[in-house]
Design a protein around this ligand. Structure first.
Ligand code: TPP
Ligand code: MG
Length: 1109
C-alpha cells in the first residue's frame, strides 16, 4: 500500500489538470496524448463502433459501450454517442437487471446517494475516470514495478524516470485521505472486486498492487483480443486465486525438495563434472510438473519438450522420471553398447510413457535431443508435435502439446526463436499453443542482460504473436504454481502460445567448474548470502504451521536414499545404451525387416496413367470452379504427356507423390511458395479465380483410401521451417516429408539444422530421418545468388570414406546407403527424381536426402522420361550410362566425360554440334554420395582406352569435384581394399565418446584424449617410415606425404586447360595410371559467373574443353 500511495503522489504529469476527464470532450494536444494513452482500449472496443444502439442486450454490454465512449466518443456507434451525450444514461429499464458491478455512476455522486436519472457531477465523472485509468494502468504497466528479481538487482529498464512513475504518468488525481476511503465503481474490465461492484479507493489500490506488482508481473494488455485480456484479468485479479490448500503446498514442497536434492546429490557425487545445474531456479521442476498436471487434467496425453542444457538432467529425472541409474550411468564414462558416437549427457533426449500420479492418467513425455546450438531445437520440437497431432487426428491440439524451455540470453538473442514464434498461428504449422518457460537466471554465461539485449525483458519476442507473458519471481513457489496453472489453462482455452518467465538466478558459474566472481562479483556476493528457494519455502510453511521441520528433513532424506540406491545400481552397469535416450522410437518399423532389402520403386503403368490423368484434370466441378486460363493450358499439356506416356519434372514428382499416397504413405511438402512452385511448374493448388480461398488440390483426390497429402507455403524462414520439417520427419518413418528451398543457396540460413540435426542426428542420437531437402541448383547466369545450392558443403559432410572401396556384392548400393549419414543426389531425369523419392520409403531404414533440383530443366524438352522408366522393373539409376553410339561401341571411345546435373544437357548438345557422338561418352553421376564406386569402376573398365574427365559448371572449389576426385581415384584403381580406417570419417564431429564399430562400417571414433593417442602415434610413426608407398597405403602415410609435398601453386588452375595435372591435397598417383582430370571453371570466392554473356562464354569454354578429343 505504501508503494501504491507513493506512486500515486508521484503521478502528476505535465498534462495533468483538475478537470482530468475534460480532454475526452475537447480537441487539441491533450486530447491527442490522451488518445494515445487509451489507444489499446479503443482498439479492444473497435467492434463497439459498429454496433448500433438498439442491439445492446445486456447491462454489461451497455456499460462497456459507456466505458468505450468515455475513453473516446468516436469509438462507439453514433446512436450510442448521442445517447450518452444526452446525459441520461442509467441502466436502461428494458435491459437485464443491474449486475453487481454495473451500478450507475450516479450512485457515486459526491453529493450523496444515487438519484435516479440524475446526471453525475463532473468531479464524480473525472475521479471515476481517473481511477479507471489507474486500474488500467496497473494492468498495462504493473509488471514494471513487480518484485520479480529474487536478488533485487535488476529491473527492466523502461522509458521514463522511474518505473513507478510510468504506472501513473498522465493521470492527475491527488486523493486525499478522505478520497482513499471513498467508494469507486469498478469497471467491467476488472475482477478485483469479486462480487463487489465498488470498493474504497484504498482497497482498489491495495488489490491492484497485490495482483500486478507483487511476485507476479503479467504482461498482456498488448493482446488485441478483449476476450483474451478479460480472461487473463479474471485469472489473476479474482480475489483468492493465490490461495493454496495445505496439500497443494506440501506437494510443491516435495517437488522442490526433489529438484534441489537432485542437484545436491550430483554435486556431491560428481563434483568435478559439468552438469549445468538448475541451482537458483529449481522451481522450474515443480513448474513443469504443474503445467503437465493441469494440461493432462484438461485432456493432454502427450507432451513434447525441447530444452537447453540448464536443468536438463533434473528435468529428465524429476519431470520425465527417467530412471536415475540411467542418468548416473552417463557420468561414468562407460562404453556404448549400441551404435552411435553419442553426445554429452546434457544433450540427450528421452521418451517415457508413464502414469501421472496426480491426475491418474497415462501420459507420454518426450524431451527432444538437442545440440549445443541454443534454441535450434525449438522448431524441431514444433514439427514433431505437429506431426504427432496430425497422426492422432488431434486437429485442435487437445491431446498433444509442446513445452519449450529457454535460457534468458538465448531466448532474446537467437533469431530462430522469432522464426519459430511466427509459425505458431499458421494453419499448417501451428501446434495449437506452446507453453514457453524461460529459466531466467539473469545472465548468459558471463554476460549481463544489459549487454545482451536491447529490450526491457528477455521475453519481448513473444509480444509479436500476442502471447501473454507471465513474469514471476522464482523464489515464490506459490506464485509460480499459479502462473503455471493459468498458462496451462490459457493454452487449453485459446490454443495459443504463452510465456512463463521464471526470474531466478544462477547459484554457480555457467557450469559447475566456472568461477562466476571473475565477471559478476557483486551479483555473486548477493547470491552467496541468499537462501535457496527450498529453504525459504520450507521456513514459510513451517512458520505458518503447514509442515514441521522434521517433515521437511524426512522428505529430503527420503529422496537422498532414492538417489543413493540408483547410484549403487548405476555402478553395476557396464555400458551405456543410446537407445535408452531415443526421443522418437519407431516401434515396429525395424522389427522383422531385412535391413538390406529395398522394395521396388517402379509401379504399374496403369497407376501412372491414373495419377497422370487425375493430376491433369481440372476440379470435378469445373463448370463452376473457374481456374486461370494459363492453368488450363498447363493441365492440357499434362494430359497430352500422359496420353503420350511421358513425364516432365512436375509430372514425375506427382507420380512419386501420388503412388506413395496410394500406398498409404503420408506426403508433406513445405517451403516458400511450394504450392505453385517457385518456378511456376508445380501448381498443386488450383485457385478459383472468382471465389476467395476456394482451392482444389488434385493430389488429395487420387484415390478414395489414399493417405493425406499436404503442401504448404511456409513463412519466409529457412531455419525454423527446415527444423520444423525435420522434427515432423522424426515422428513417423512411413511418411515422405520434403522441404524445398526457394533457391538452394537459401538453405544456408538453416545451417545449424543441417549440421546439427540432419547430417549428424543418427550418429549422435541414433535417430533416423528420411527428410528430403529439395534445393534448386544450376549455374544459369542469374548472378552469384540463386545459382548454387553449395552442394560441395553437403558432400563435405558425407561420411563415406574417400579411400575405401567397400566390398562388391549385390547389396553394394544398399549397404552404402545403410552406412552413410545422408544421400546427396542431382537427378537429370524426371524418372530418376521419381525413383529417388520413392526409394526414400522403399528403404528399410531412413536417411536424409539432399537433392539438387533443376530450374531450366523443369521445362527442358529433353528432360522428360517415358513411363517405361517409372513403371514396374525400372529403378533409380545411380549412374546413367551413355546409351548412344559411344555406349554401344565403348572400345572406340576416346574420352569419357563424367558429370552431374543439368550440365549434361549442355554437354550432349555440344557433342552433337561437334559430331563426336561416337568419340565422347557422357555419363551422369546421379547419386553423388554415397559414391557409386562400383559403377564408376565398371564404366571406366568399359571405356578402357578413353581419357576420363570430370566436367562441371560449378567453380573448381565448388560443385562435386572436391568430393568425387579422391573417390574416383579409389574407384579407378581399386587400390585400397582395406578394412581399417585410421581417420574417423564421420559426419559428426563428436570425438568424446566410446569406440564404436558398426556392422557395415569401419568407422572408429576416438573416445578421449588417451584413446585418440593411438592414431596420433600411428600418424607420426608412419611419418618416420620411408613413405614411398603409393596411394595403396592403408594408413595415412601416403596422404601425409602427399600433403607434405603439396604446393599451393599447383592448385591454381586455368579453366580452359584440362586440369588433370593439377595436384590436390591427398591426390594419389595410381598404380595403373588411370586418372580423372577436371574440366570446368577456376576456383572462385563466390558462385558468380558474371553477366549472362560472360556466363555463356565461360560455359561454352568449358563445354568445348570437355568435348574435345
Ligand atoms: C547458438 C549458440 N551460441 C553460443 C553458444 C554458447 N553458449 C552456451 S551457453 C551460453 C549462455 C546461455 O545463456 P542463457 O540462454 O541465459 O542460458 P543459461 O546458461 O544462463 O541457463 C552460451 C553463449 C551456444 N551454445 N549456442
Ligand atoms: Mg541465463
Amino acid at each position: 500500500m505504501h508503494r501504491a500511495h507513493t506512486a500515486f503522489s508521484l503521478a502528476l504529469s505535465p498534462m495533468a489538470h483538475k478537470n482530468f476527464a475534460t480532454w475526452l470532450f475537447k480537441s487539441g494536444t491533450s486530447q491527442k496524448v490522451a488518445k494515445a494513452t487509451a489507444a489499446a482500449a479503443v482498439r479492444t472496443y473497435n467492434s463497439a463502433a459498429a454496433e448500433p444502439f438498439a442491439n445492446g442486450s445486456t447491462a454489461t454490454y451497455v456499460e462497456e459501450m459507456y466505458n468505450a465512449w468515455l475513453r473516446d466518443p468516436a469509438s462507439v456507434h453514433t446512436s450510442w454517442d448521442a445517447y450518452f451525450r444526452s446525459n441520461t444514461y442509467t441502466s436502461p429499464p428494458n435491459l437485464a437487471p443491474v449486475q453487481a458491478n454495473t451500478l450507475p455512476l450516479t450512485a457515486f455522486s459526491l453529493g450523496g446517494g444515487a438519484v435516479a436519472g440524475a446526471a453525475p457531477d463532473s468531479k464524480t465523472i473525472d475521479d471515476h475516470l481517473a481511477v479507471q485509468a489507474i486500474i488500467r494502468s496497473y494492468q498495462i504497466r504493473g509488471h514494471n514495478i513487480a518484485h520479480l528479481d529474487p536478488l533485487e538487482i535488476n529491473s527492466p529498464e523502461l522509458p521514463g524516470n522511474s518505473s513507478t512513475k510510468s504506472i501513473y504518468a498522465n493521470f492527475s488525481f491527488e486523493p486525499s485521505e478522505q478520497d482513499m476511503e471513498r467508494q469507486f465503481k469498478l469497471p467491467s474490465t476488472t475482477f478485483i472486486g469479486g462480487d463487489e461492484a465498488s470498493l474504497p479507493l484504498k482497497e482498489i489500490l491495495n488489490r491492484l498492487e497485490n495482483v500486478y506488482c507483487n511476485k507476479i508481473g503479467v504482461e498482456f494488455m498488448f493482446i488485441n483480443s478483449l476476450e483474451q485480456c478479460n480472461w487473463i484479468r479474471k485469472h489473476f485479479e479474482t480475489p483468492g486465486v493465490l490461495n493454496f490448500s495445505p496439500e497443494e503446498k506440501r506437494l510443491i514442497l516435495a517437488r522442490l525438495t526433489r529438484a534441489t536434492g537432485f542437484e545436491a546429490f550430483l554435486a556431491k557425487k560428481y563434483s568435478s563434472e559439468k552438469r549445468f545445474g538448475l541451482e537458483g531456479c529449481e522451481i522450474m521442476i515443480p513448474a513443469l510438473k504443474e503445467i503437465i498436471d493441469v494440461s493432462t487434467e484438461l485432456g493432454v496425453e502427450s507432451v513434447i519438450m525441447g530444452m537447453p542444457h540448464r536443468g536438463r538432467l533434473n528435468t529428465l529425472a524429476n519431470v520425465c522420471r527417467k530412471p536415475l541409474n540411467q542418468i548416473f550411468t552417463q557420468f561414468a564414462g562407460l562404453e556404448a553398447a549400441d551404435d552411435g558416437s553419442g553426445d554429452v549427457k546434457y544433450h540427450l533426449g528421452t521418451y517415457i510413457e508413464r502414469l501421472n500420479r496426480v491426475t491418474n492418467k497415462n501420459i507420454r513425455l518426450a524431451v527432444v535431443a538437442n545440440p549445443s546450438h541454443l534454441e535450434a531445437v525449438d522448431p524441431v520440437v514444433q514439427g514433431k508435435t505437429r506431426a504427432e497431432q496430425f497422426y492422432r487426428g488431434d486437429q485442435e491440439g487437445k491431446k498433444v502439446m509442446s513445452i519449450l524451455i529457454h535460457g534468458d540470453a538465448a531466448f532474446c538473442g537467437q533469431g530462430v526463436v522469432y522464426e519459430t514464434m511466427h509459425l505458431s498461428d499458421l494453419p499448417d504449422y501451428t501446434t495449437h499453443g506452446t507453453i514457453h518457460v524461460v529459466a531466467n537466471n539473469q545472465i548468459g554465461f558471463t554476460t549481463d542482460p544489459r549487454f545482451s539485449r536491447s529490450s526491457p525483458y528477455c521475453t519481448d519476442v513473444a509480444r509479436v504473436v500476442n502471447a501473454p507473458i507471465f513474469h514471476v519471481n522464482a523464489d515464490d513457489p506459490e506464485a509460480v504454481m499459479h502462473v503455471c496453472k493459468v498458462a496451462a489453462e490459457w493454452r487449453a482455452t485459446f490454443h495459443k502460445d504463452c510465456v512463463i518467465d521464471l526470474v531466478g538466478y544462477r547459484r554457480n558459474g555457467h557450469n559447475e567448474i566456472d568461477e562466476p566472481m571473475f565477471t559478476q562479483p557483486l551479483m555473486y556476493q548477493k547470491i552467496r548470502k541468499h537462501k535457496n528457494c527450498l529453504d525459504l519455502y520450507a521456513d514459510k510453511l513451517i512458520a505458518e504451521g503447514t509442515v514441521t521441520g522434521e517433515e521437511v528433513k524426512s522428505v529430503a532424506a527420503k529422496y537422498e536414499n532414492i538417489c543413493e540406491e540408483a547410484f549403487a545400481l548405476a555402478k553395476t552397469e557396464t555400458h551405456v545404451k543410446y537407445k535408452d535416450w531415443l526421443d522418437s522410437p519407431w516401434s515396429g518399423f525395424f522389427e522383422g525387416k531385412d535391413p538390406l532389402k529395398v522394395a521396388p520403386t517402379g509401379v504399374k503403368e496403369e497407376t501412372l496413367i491414373h495419377i497422370g490423368n487425375r493430376f491433369s484434370m481440372p476440379p470435378p466441378n469445373a463448370a463452376e470452379f473457374v481456374i486461370h486460363k494459363g492453368l488450363m493450358r498447363v493441365l492440357a499439356a499434362r494430359k497430352n504427356m500422359v496420353d503420350e506416356k511421358i513425364a516432365d519434372w512436375a509430372l514425375g514428382e506427382a507420380m512419386a507423390f501420388g503412388s506413395l499416397l496410394k500406398e498409404g504413405i503420408h506426403v508433406r511438402l513445405s517451403g516458400q511458395d511450394v504450392e505453385r512452385g517457385t518456378f511456376s511448374h508445380r501448381h498443386h493448388v488450383l485457385h478459383h479465380q472468382l471465389v476467395d480461398k476456394a482451392t482444389y488440390n488434385s493430389l488429395q483426390h487420387m484415390y478414395p483410401d489414399q493417405a493425406p497429402y499436404s503442401v504448404s507455403n511456409s513463412s519466409l524462414s529457412e531455419y525454423a521451417v527446415l527444423g520444423f520439417e525435420h522434427g515432423y520427419s522424426m515422428t513417423n518413418p512411413n511418411a515422405l516429408v520434403l522441404w524445398e528451398a526457394q533457391f538452394g543457396d537459401f538453405s544456408n540460413t538453416a545451417q545449424s539444422i543441417i549440421d546439427q540435426f540432419i547430417s549428424s542426428g543418427q550418429s549422435k542420437w541414433v535417430r533416423q530421418s528420411g527428410l528430403v531437402m529439395l534445393l534448386p541448383h544450376g549455374m544459369e547466369g542469374m548472378g552469384p545468388e540463386h545459382s548454387s545450392c553449395r552442394v560441395e558443403r553437403f558432400l563435405q559432410m558425407s561420411s563415406d570414406d574417400p579411400d575405401y572401396f567397400p566390398p562388391e556384392s549385390d547389396e553394394f548400393a544398399v549397404r552404402q546407403l545403410h552406412d552413410i549419414n545422408w544421400i546427396v543426389a542431382n537427378c537429370t531425369t524426371p524418372a530418376n527424381y521419381y525413383h529417388i523419392l520413392r526409394r526414400q520409403i522403399a528403404l528399410p531404414f531412413r536417411k536424409p536426402l539432399i537433392l539438387c533440383t533443376p530450374k531450366s530443366l523443369l521445362r527442358h524438352p529433353e528432360a522428360k522420361s517415358p513411363f517405361s522408366e517409372m513403371s514396374e522393373g525400372s529403378e533409380f539409376q545411380r549412374i546413367i550410362p551413355d546409351n548412344g553410339p559411344a555406349g554401344q561401341n565403348p572400345a572406340n571411345v576416346k574420352k569419357v566425360v563424367f558429370c552431374s546435373g543439368r550440365v549434361y544437357y549442355d554437354l550432349t548438345k555440344m557433342r552433337t554440334e561437334k559430331q563426336l557422338e561416337s568419340d565422347v561418352a557422357i555419363l551422369r553421376v546421379e547419386q553423388v554420395s554415397p559414391f557409386p564406386f562400383d559403377l564408376v569402376k565398371e564404366q571406366a573398365n568399359l571405356y578402357k582406352n578413353a581419357e576420363l574427365v570430370w566436367a562441371q559448371e560449378e567453380h573448381k572449389n565448388q560443385g562435386s569435384w572436391t568430393y568425387v576426385q579422391p573417390r574416383f581415384l579409389t574407384a579407378l584403381n581399386h587400390s585400397r581394399d582395406v578394412s581399417q580406417s585410421d581417420d574417423p570419417m564421420s559426419s559428426n564431429t563428436t570425438t568424446n565418446t566410446t569406440n564404436t564399430t558398426t556392422d557395415h562400417t569401419n568407422h572408429v571414433s576416438a573416445s578421449s584424449e588417451s584413446e585418440s593417442k593411438p592414431w596420433l602415434s600411428r600418424m607420426f610413426a608412419s611419418n618416420k617410415s620411408d613413405g614411398s608407398t603409393d596411394g595403396g597405403s592403408a594408413t595415412g602415410t601416403a596422404d601425409f606425404n602427399a600433403a607434405k609435398h603439396f604446393d599451393l601453386k599447383n592448385v591454381r588452375h586455368d579453366f580452359n586447360r584440362p586440369a588433370g595435372n593439377a595436384a590436390a591435397p591427398g591426390a594419389r598417383i595410381s598404380k595403373t595410371g588411370r586418372k580423372i582430370s577436371y574440366t570446368g571453371r577456376a576456383a572462385s570466392a563466390s558462385t558468380a559467373t558474371g553477366s549472362k554473356a560472360q556466363h555463356i562464354r565461360e560455359l561454352n569454354a568449358l563445354l568445348n574443353d570437355a568435348i574435345s578429343v
